[in-house]
Design a protein around this ligand. Structure first.
Ligand code: ZN
Length: 58
C-alpha cells in the first residue's frame, strides 16, 4: 500500500515534527493509517526497550 510506504518513512525518523506535510495531510483523512501508525510506534518502543535490556544483559 502506498500510504504505508510513506508511514514507514515517518517511522524511521525519530522526531514527530519530522513528519512530512503530505503524510500529515494523509493521516487527517485516513483513520486506518492513524491506527496503524500508533500500533507501529508502540511496537517500535517495545523493540527499543527489548534491545536496551539485551544490551544490559538482562
Ligand atoms: Zn492511508
Amino acid at each position: 500500500m502506498e500510504c504505508r510506504t510513506a508511514l514507514s518513512a515517518e517511522l524511521d525518523g525519530e522526531a514527530a515534527d519530522a513528519v512530512p506535510e503530505d503524510v500529515r495531510r494523509h493521516l487527517r483523512d485516513c483513520p486506518a493509517c492513524v491506527d496503524w501508525l500508533a500500533a507501529a510506534h508502540r511496537l517500535q518502543r517495545l523493540v527499543r526497550a527489548a534491545r536496551l535490556a539485551a544490551d544490559r544483559g538482562e
